[in-house]
Design a protein. Sequence first.
Length: 127
Amino acid sequence: MRAAVDGAGFLLPVGAGGVAAGATVWTVAQVWRTCDVGNGSANGAVLLLLLPVLWGVFAALWTAVLRAFGAGRRTGAVAAALCVSVGLAWALVSWIGVLDSSRTVIVALLPGCPTDRYSRAVQRYAR
């Protein structure tokens, strides 16, 4: 019985970490493509190298949260780990994906590319 619990304790963080890392890398790629950042092959190479690093970070995060909650509260641990993963993914997309000088996490909430928002704001206040 203990081996089954340990096996599930290994597969859940690794699987969830892979999904979270893949979603983060895909979102950064979409932001870069939308904002015409770099070129496709260079961006792909950077994201391909970034994927295993993020996978390890997210897997370690899931492992830490699941162990902090314990085996008895698996549902709460998964919910907490999911919330923390979403927050970390949001911060990473805001920091890596949106190449802006201010680099604030709130940038991900605003539509459009940073240069588009800046030029619209300048045009609005110049009148």
